[in-house]
Design a protein around this ligand. Structure first.
Ligand code: NCD
Length: 307
């Protein structure tokens, strides 16, 4: 049974296939005839969305994707409050049971490794929709798809990744996917307190992906093909006084290349000024839209394989 737990599990050929399937989903979704055809593919199947942490894009795009494929939805509005987790049930026991109510589970947890624990006992495939400051593999898939779409390649790129890199899970998963492709060079921009984990740096070394850590945003922006920004993960800070402090605004736009793109997993809370939104290089809303089609492709593949 195939679970989606970490960006590390993917190979390049799989991504190539998944991105072709994503293109197809986008085309189908664009017409009513296409949508009706898509709707017939997995009718009778169900997806459970079990989210112990807040979510807009991940949960709603997964629910929308499952509905596009004709699947039914099993969910609790707030699993931390309204599921038996509130009574102290373990995630393993919940997954064992919910796995008999649906054909695939998408789980988001506040705790690193919790989704993996659920997968270890689940009778059906489990997708990690984000596990604390651990990983967010499906976000990295849609991020990689977006880079491929916007830049035409996933190799030979200078990528500037900034913000709260210590607690942000999207950057951890994305860095691992970028390591699959040759000649990528990553500049991690943050304060020393919020820099990327040693495990990710080690992984990049093993894969011979060049990387530096810096707080000199304007030193690295002029060479960037991709600027990937993130918010301060306030809910995960041990010291609430910490600040990431780097904001992408007019000054950043002025020094960036014309063909660069700006990405963000969203939500943004001030670290990209709204004046950036109108610039053609701002790719974050296109990126969020890609999430729907990528997740439709992913569900189609996983549910199809398990059938
Ligand atoms: C991210 C997450 O949940 O990790 N959001 C998302 O899924 N697009 C980023 C964040 O919350 O900062």
């Amino acid at each position: 049974m195939k679970h989606v737990l970490s960006a590390q599990q993917f190979e390049r050929a799989e991504l190539t296939d998944m991105f072709a399937r994503t293109d197809y989903m986008q085309e189908q979704y664009a017409t009513m005839a296409g949508r009706r055809e898509l709707f017939a593919t997995h009718t009778g199947r169900k997806m459970a969305a079990v989210f112990y942490e807040a979510s807009t894009r991940t949960r709603m795009s997964f629910v929308s994707a499952a509905q596009s494929l004709g699947m039914g939805i099993v969910e609790t509005e707030n699993a931390a409050l309204f599921s038996s987790a509130a009574k102290g049930e373990t995630i393993e026991d919940s997954a064992r049971v919910i796995g008999h109510y649906a054909d695939i589970l998408v789980i988001r947890s506040t705790e690193i490794g919790a989704v993996e624990k659920a997968a270890s006992v689940s009778p059906v495939p489990v997708i990690n929709g984000g596990d604390g400051a651990g990983e967010h593999p499906t976000q990295s898939l849609l991020d990689a798809y977006t880079i491929q779409n916007e830049k035409g390649r996933l190799q030979d790129l200078n990528i500037v990744i900034g913000g709260d890199l210590l607690h942000g899970r999207t950057v951890r998963s994305l860095a691992q996917l970028l390591a699959l492709y040759p000649n990528n060079s990553i500049s991690f921009v943050s304060t020393p307190d919020l820099q990327i984990g040693a495990d990710i740096r080690h992984y990049l070394d093993q894969h011979e992906t060049t990387h530096i850590e810096t707080d000199d945003l304007y030193g690295v922006l002029p060479n960037a093909d991709v600027v990937y920004w993130t918010r301060l993960q306030k809910e995960r800070l041990k010291d609430p006084a910490l600040e990431a402090g780097f904001v992408i605004g007019q000054m950043a736009l002025d020094v960036m290349r014309e063909d660069a793109i700006i990405m963000h997993p969203l939500p943004r809370v001030g670290e990209i000024e709204t004046l950036v939104d109108g610039d053609p290089r701002a790719a974050y809303f296109r990126q969020a839209e890609n999430g729907l089609h990528l997740r439709t492709a992913l569900l189609d593949q996983l549910v199809g394989e398990a059938a």
